[in-house]
Ligand binder design. Sequence first.
Ligand SMILES: Cc1cc2nc3c(=O)[nH]c(=O)nc-3n(C[C@H](O)[C@H](O)[C@H](O)COP(=O)(O)OP(=O)(O)OC[C@H]3O[C@@H](n4cnc5c(N)ncnc54)[C@H](O)[C@@H]3O)c2cc1C
Length: 460
Amino acid sequence: MLAERLADALGADAVKTAPEDLAVYAFDAYSESRLPAAVVLPTSARDVAAIVRLARACGEPIVARGAGTGLCGGAIPAAGGVVVSFARMNRLLELDPRNRRARVQPGLINLDLSKKVAGAGLFYAPDPSSQKACTIGGNIGTNAGGPHCLTYGTTVNHVLALELVDDTGEVYTTSLDDAGYDLTGALVGSEGTLGIVTSAWVRLLRLPEATRVWVATFGDVEAASEAVSAIVGHGIVPTALEMMDGLMIRTVEAAFHSGFPVDAEALLLIENAGFEDDMDDCERAIEKICKANGGLTWRTARSQAERDGLWAARKGAFGAAGRIAPNTYLQDVVVPRTKLPKMLKLVDEAAAAHDLTIGNVFHAGDGNLHPLIMYDKRDKRQVAAVVDAGDQILSAAVDLGGTISGEHGIGFEKRDTLARIFDDADIDTMLRLRDVFDTGRRFNPDKIFPRGASCAELRP
Ligand SMILES: Cc1cc2nc3c(=O)[nH]c(=O)nc-3n(C[C@H](O)[C@H](O)[C@H](O)COP(=O)(O)OP(=O)(O)OC[C@H]3O[C@@H](n4cnc5c(N)ncnc54)[C@H](O)[C@@H]3O)c2cc1C
């Protein structure tokens, strides 16, 4: 039996099979769950290689898991099998401040990395709102973004090389040098379907000399959206440009008391980081654009504590929604920035058509919306309405020239909608790439690709 063989190889303490242990690993932040056959907690790449070889010998699927904060069911064991949890591989292995890079284990928590390198004047830029909990391995799996990715780019722009275990149990390292195919780029965002990452070289950035954070309020989300387009249209790319609608302002304020005006119907949280000498000009320019686009109030955070408080409120917004409803479903779509006003109207229409409450708090600068649908999963009507409304929003984004995921990934949730943006030939090409890395399709099956997609059938 696989669990016994795993315990022989890694020690009994590394393998969990008790129902109460398995239950903890049956779900992530998506709404569905599935029990694994076993959970394994490796402490080295060698352990991971042994797990892969044993699972392969027993014909069991393997699902890598970071913190399980993923919102598309990427870490749920959809086809059962073995969950490999990286909770015990969470160290900073090497810091190379001269070259501004670090080697980390996949289970290292995103925010912990920035804390650990701050003493060297450095930070790790991708900052998902879940950064207090999510791991670098999970971020690599989903190519995670975050508020500051507007300027700095997403995870793929910050991963230099990867050590990974392939489906035969071999350990490989992609090249740190910029030579040959960009295999690192192909692996980032592959949601655990191409291999299991056992360590990563990541790029670090110098902490900025100065940071300013501003809050601008508006009478409606359309005006705030116009301001977003105008700011970027003027050639200004702030480090972060986030939006909240009236419902979310009031919800977040009730939870965090960060001084957001509760009578506003839209708010932009704007940050710029760089040289102190540039800050006043930047502030004047953005404030002027906001006022020209219907801005009602303007606030400059005066201290680090105030800036931290505003960000804590923004990053805690999804948790604060628990005050409105016992369950939430977070959609993740992208539209061209200029289409934000139209898209937000369509989100409102979806809410009205399905008699649901939907809040909006999102990365406006990237055109990456996160309509947050509130519901009670004990109510069957609401559950069906949430599925329909989520789909209506997703279709609206595609119709506006956008796409089905900005940063959360495809996972289990959106596998059948992949075909709305890729045709059979595209999907076949992706499956061929998968087969190069994972010949038995044992890594995270039932994820990303539409049900029934199989390039083997299409091959001559
Ligand atoms: C409140 C909240 C706010 C969020 N905000 C953001 C945001 O701003 N931006 C954003 O991008 N996401 C956000 N997310 C989603 C989520 O936090 C990210 O997708 C994150 O990258 C997942 O990390 P994790 O460690 O929890 O990974 P998990 O959920 O455990 O796994 C995610 C995927 O990565 C794979 N994986 C994990 N470890 C490895 C490994 N070692 N090797 C190979 N594959 C691996 C898994 O198989 C899975 O497919 C948010 C989620 C929540 C709950």
